[in-house]
Design a protein around this ligand. Structure first.
Ligand SMILES: [Zn+2]
Length: 367
């Protein structure tokens, strides 16, 4: 076996990986031609070919000799076209071709007939439009199309019914077709760093969605139904006009006279008995809830301030959490101005965080 045939899996020792006959590892070799002559003798046993980070411009038609290839990494080269013969690799599951010079004319016309492809990475290329052929690859589970120049996504995207992860960040998207709502298996959807001014309400059909990345867009509103995405646990919104406006527009309906009186009774610990008050007033008093501002010992009944608190995870995700306070004066923003700092997840805000019972914390929801 040649010296350059080695495993890309870091878990293996150097000796072990040098001897792995299934892997042809040519990453960072400074080559400008696909190393066909070097590896053709192993054509049937090769499962992985990695020629990433070189200066290769052309993938030869003879790639179809490697009939048992499962994974092909062509990333960070100068590739302008993928050969039709790629479609003959019936076991190819992972094709990584990020950071090349691919555009709408670069793909085989029948690219959709890749029978086994599950993970496809075309991020960092020159696509101006989403290649419609990709929507025919029904086996696809992971699709990276980030960092291109795409302005729109075709409605046919809905045909990718097995898709679990869709990366469209860093494009020029202005809108998203409602059909995205039909990707029922979707677990994560990355739309950050685009020009989206709105989202289709159909996104709420993505019942399995766990992560929705929307930062750095032009969003001013979100579909209110987004609160029904019960699996959603990561939502990033920073860098949208929406966030600023939402926080400023929080409204406060003043408490009723009944509530004001009841608050006085509770806050001043006025003693009362069943003999003093009608039953319904007793029940009302019992419904008092404590303000979630740890520095406030007050209670509220029906009038409460919905306070959205943003927790920033290393600048990557910004999660607005909703909590209830007894009055606008209890808003942390009025006590200190800290929320814009982007430190690690828990420091500046942890003081409040630990005071908030988990059952009072709602995952976001901007509506
Ligand atoms: Zn309070």
């Amino acid at each position: 076996m040649r010296r350059t045939l080695r495993s890309k899996r870091s878990g293996m020792s150097e000796t072990e990986s040098n001897n792995d006959p299934r892997v042809a590892m040519y990453s960072r070799q400074g080559i400008d031609v696909f190393p066909f002559d070097d590896i053709i003798e192993h054509k049937e046993r090769l499962a992985i070919i990695d020629v990433s980070r070189n200066n290769i411009a052309t993938i030869p038609a003879s790639i179809n000799n490697f009939v048992n290839i499962i994974e092909l990494d062509l990333s960070t080269n100068r590739i302008v076209k993928l050969p039709d013969e790629l479609l003959q690799l019936k076991h190819l599951r992972i094709l990584t071709c990020k950071n090349n010079h691919l555009n709408g004319d670069s793909l085989p016309k029948d690219f959709g007939s890749c029978p086994a492809l599950q993970t496809l990475n075309f991020s960092g290329n020159l696509f101006l439009n989403f290649p419609v052929q990709l929507t025919e690859i029904s086996s696809l589970r992971v699709l990276h199309m980030g960092g291109n120049r795409m302005r729109d996504i075709p409605p046919e995207i809905e045909k990718l019914v097995r898709l679990e992860h869709l990366y469209l960040g860093g494009n020029h998207l202005v809108t998203l077709p409602p059909n995205v709502g039909n990707l029922q298996k979707l677990l994560s959807l990355v739309l950050c760093d685009n020009r989206l001014a709105s989202l289709p309400a159909e996104l709420v059909q993505l019942k399995q969605l766990r992560s929705l990345s929307l930062h750095n867009n032009h969003l001013t509103i979100l579909p209110p139904e987004i609160i029904t995405l019960t699996e959603l646990c990561e939502l990033s919104l920073r860098g949208n006009p929406l966030v600023v406006r939402f926080v400023r527009d929080l409204t406060w309906n003043p408490p009723t006279l009944l509530e004001l009186a009841a608050r006085c009774v509770k806050n001043n610990q006025v003693h009362y008995t069943k003999e003093d008050l009608p039953g319904e007033v007793m029940l009302y008093l019992d419904s008092a809830r404590h303000c979630l501002n740890p520095k406030c010992y007050g209670v509220y009944f029906n009038a409460r301030v919905q306070h959205v608190k943003f927790v920033d995870f290393c600048g990557k995700y910004r999660l607005p959490l909703m909590q209830y306070l007894c009055s606008p004066e209890c808003s942390p923003a009025s006590r200190r101005s800290s929320s814009e700092s982007c430190s690690s997840s828990e420091d500046a805000d942890s003081e409040d965080e630990v005071q908030v019972p988990r059952n009072k914390l709602k995952k976001v929801l901007l509506g």
